[in-house]
Ligand binder design. Structure first.
Ligand code: NAD
Length: 474
């Protein structure tokens, strides 16, 4: 049972409480607000798969929260805990997230109710392919309809099976590979996707700590340098967030995993900790820090930035009163329950909301989808042209000044952007511009007293415009 249920508040309701706080500040017609809030389509399926000689009935979901823009976009969770409420909540968050960072998609989410650890690779492939066929039959997948991605328990391998199954069923559809993102590079993936969410989190936190007015309000100095960070979860999001924050000058003093935590007040060596985990299967007993057996107790330790990057509902009404961070950076989806949120805001903690801060993954998924429908690798058209132009410029400066650059200096100046450079640059630009959009809304409306409400206002206004453009709401 998740903590959210211990608080008697289903996840989707928790999302809607936050949505309503923002909607109440706006003057949109009630019908329009209702239409934005509800889930447009939920498909609950049950299908048979042969597992170890026996037929097993698998339950699965796909939820398309909003069709105001197509395709819908969102991951597929492989977990025996997955349920319809969770999928609807996560799909709704995807709708608002896409709107906040100006990605032209509606929100979606899928779930297959299995523990992937209980199945062989062949069985997982059979389940994934059958799930894809069910989606195809009900028109719940396609480059212009609904584009899944990895989520908890799924990754590149599953996305490659989905793309292959869709392609097999879609005949001559030229954009078939754009039916799913998060694919391996040879199957049409994009460079930079794996690190995107953690990198985006870093850009968002960096923007906040460089905001002089905001830091003054929190009684903090500007800049990342020396800021003490604790990260919960050392998976895809948590590892990359810790790596980029640490490279950006922050001191990552603690990492929390399900089986314990590690602490070093002078800063953990993130690459060495990752290596230790690869070798031993755990972050505990790392020589570069002290192991803390009750890992989650560290959520309540003194720090500047706490980044929960594991699962939803980790900060709840029982531990929220004890938190001592000044900034709570939501790497995971829904890590703070609605009740906990009120407690944290009363304590003056800044919450940088998930729907903005962990949007890096969907931003780069959007780039992957663009690459797939345009059938060209980013940088292919202009890299050599850029290099030649820069080289001519450098040569002209050398001629005019009578001075020459070393070979290394010249290489650094004339190098044209490759795919990963362009993807990272697009991500950085998106995170910076979206931050300023949200803060502009917050600062201009005295009735808004937190960043999540400001982000919801940003999302709701943009979705309302889309519905108006569709002519549905005048
Ligand atoms: P992941 O499976 O790679 O990592 C999750 C990590 O959390 C694992 O290392 C796991 O051992 C750890 N963990 C599990 N329970 C824990 C506990 N009780 N305490 C501490 N650590 C625990 O998953 P991920 O892709 O990093 O996703 C993490 C969160 O971020 C999820 O909420 C996901 O929906 C969200 N998210 C992920 C992405 C993405 O691009 N991967 C994008 C947006 C949001």
């Amino acid at each position: 049972m998740s903590v959210q249920f211990a608080e008697s508040l289903p996840f989707f309701e928790s999302v809607n409480i936050n949505f309503d706080k923002a909607a109440d500040l706006l003057n949109h017609p009630k019908g329009l607000i209702d239409q934005i809030r509800v889930c447009n389509s939920v498909y609950y399926m049950q299908f048979p798969v042969r597992i170890k000689g026996e037929i097993q009935v698998i339950s699965a979901f796909r939820c398309e929260h909003s069709h105001h823009k197509l395709p819908c976009k969102g991951g597929i969770r492989y977990s025996d805990m997955v349920n319809q409420d969770e999928v609807m909540a996560l799909a709704a968050l995807m709708t608002y997230k896409c709107a906040v960072v100006n990605v032209p998609f509606g929100g979606g989410k899928g779930g297959i109710k299995i523990n992937p650890k209980n199945y062989t690779v062949e069985e997982l492939e059979r389940i994934t392919r059958r799930y894809t066929v069910e989606l195809i039959h009900k028109n719940f997948i396609g480059p212009s309809v609904d584009v899944p991605a990895p989520d908890y328990g799924s990754g590149q391998r599953e996305m490659a099976w989905i793309a292959d199954t869709y392609r097999a069923f879609s005949g001559k559809e030229i954009d078939a590979l754009a039916c799913v993102t998060g694919k391996p590079i040879p199957q049409g993936g994009v460079h930079g996707r794996t690190a995107a969410t953690g990198r985006g989190l870093y850009f968002g936190v960096r923007e906040a700590v460089n905001d002089t007015e905001l830091m003054k309000k929190l009684g903090m100095t500007t800049g990342l340098s020396g800021k003490r960070v604790i990260v919960q979860g050392f998976g895809n999001v948590g590892y990359h967030a810790a790596k980029f924050l640490s490279e950006g000058g922050a001191t990552v003093i603690g990492i929390i995993e399900w089986d314990g935590a590690v602490h070093n007040p002078n800063g953990l060596d993130i690459a060495a900790l990752d290596e230790h985990r690869k070798q031993t299967g755990s972050i505990t007993n790392f020589a570069g820090g002290k192991t803390i057996e009750d890992g989650n107790s560290m959520l309540e330790w003194e720090c500047d930035i706490l980044a929960p990057c594991a699962l939803e509902s980790q900060i709840h009404k029982f531990n929220a009163p004890n938190l001592k961070c000044k900034i709570l950076a939501e790497g995971a989806n829904g890590p703070v329950t609605a009740t906990a949120e009120d407690i944290l805001l009363d304590k003056g903690i800044l919450i940088i909301p998930d729907m903005y801060l962990n949007a890096g993954g969907v931003v780069v998924s959007y780039f992957e989808w663009l690459k797939n429908i345009s059938h060209v690798r980013f940088g292919r058209m202009d890299k050599r042209f850029e290099e030649r132009s820069a080289s001519q410029l450098v040569s002209a400066v050398e001629r005019l000044t009578g001075k020459s650059l070393t070979a290394d200096e010249r290489l650094m100046l004339v190098r044209g952007a490759d795919e990963e450079d362009l993807v990272n640059s697009g991500l950085e630009d998106t995170m910076i511009s979206s931050y300023h959009e949200i803060m502009g809304i917050w600062k201009s409306n005295p009735k808004i007293n937190d960043m999540r409400v400001a982000a919801f206002v940003s999302a709701i206004d943009k979705i309302a415009v889309s519905y108006q453009q569709l002519g549905i709401f005048p």
